[in-house]
Write a protein that binds this ligand. Structure first.
Ligand code: SAH
Ligand code: MG
Length: 232
């Protein structure tokens, strides 16, 4: 038993070292974004971590998306990252329900001259069913307990080959802990996040891989074969 606990502790330490190293590789390149990043962190806003930004930058180059959807704008940092690093002209639709944060995001988009970003204010649960057309890349980064609720609409909005990146899915490993080890307040989020990870993994229209990036990220792609077609 002590062996096992020692092993877990050692593994955690290695994980932390890798994570610190990975973050050190992803210093923000744009001075404007760096200022915004620092301000958001000072205000305690949970923006994407440098390693997650690195992943998004790679995905943008791979996908060259024309249309991006983001659920959870906060003050617009990640939307502006995507706007800055998208390799081809690209429309970004982003959803935020908190009025103050949405107002700050709007000011930031204006300051960056980011006309290609459309901010939709309100609850994603209400807004998603109203969206038309499909997206090439979807970034899910809202309330963790709601991902499972958004999933059917999110899949509807993905074209075949579209990528869904879901952020903060491991909450620093807490999602892996036994449900009894989780505080009562977090138990519902914990349960729903596990359901979500199971749902995106079992979903026949998606291929999903769980990554330890940042706070844990799930990378899913909508299969090109559709629900029944294509190779198994
Ligand atoms: N993507 C941002 C951080 C988002 S933080 C970045 O990395 O820069 C998560 C945000 O999601 C919060 O601002 C919160 O208000 C918003 N949010 C949570 N649940 C939501 C919902 N149901 N609809 C819309 N926005 C939501
Ligand atoms: Mg996040």
């Amino acid at each position: 038993m002590t062996d096992f606990i020692d092993k877990l502790a050692a593994q955690r330490e290695i994980g932390e070292r890798i994570s610190v190293f990975a973050e050190s590789l992803h210093a923000e390149e744009s001075p404007e974004l760096r200022i915004l990043e620092r301000k958001a962190l000072e205000e305690g806003i949970p923006i994407i971590r440098p390693h997650t930004r690195g992943l998004i930058q790679c995905l943008l180059e791979m996908l060259a998306p024309r249309r991006i959807l983001e659920i959870g704008t906060a003050v617009g940092y990640s939307a502006l990252v995507m706007h800055t690093y998208a390799p081809v002209p690209c429309e970004i639709v982003t959803i935020e329900r908190d009025e103050e944060r949405a107002a700050e995001a709007e000011r930031n988009f204006e300051a960056f001259g980011a006309k290609e970003i459309t901010l939709l204010k309100g609850d994603a649960a209400q807004i998603l069913p109203q969206l038309e057309g499909t997206f090439d890349f979807i970034f899910m980064d809202a309330a963790k307990g709601q991902y499972i609720r958004f999933l059917p609409e999110v899949i509807r909005l993905m074209r075949p080959g579209a990528v869904l990146l879901s952020d903060n899915v491991l909450k620093e490993g807490e999602i892996l802990a036994s449900k009894f080890a989780v505080t009562r307040r977090n138990r519902t989020i914990h349960k729903r996040m596990r359901e979500y990870l199971k749902a995106i993994s079992d979903e026949p229209r998606l291929r999903t891989v769980l990554l330890e990036t940042g706070d844990g990220a799930a990378l899913s792609v909508r299969r090109r074969g559709g629900e029944s077609g294509g190779r198994p």
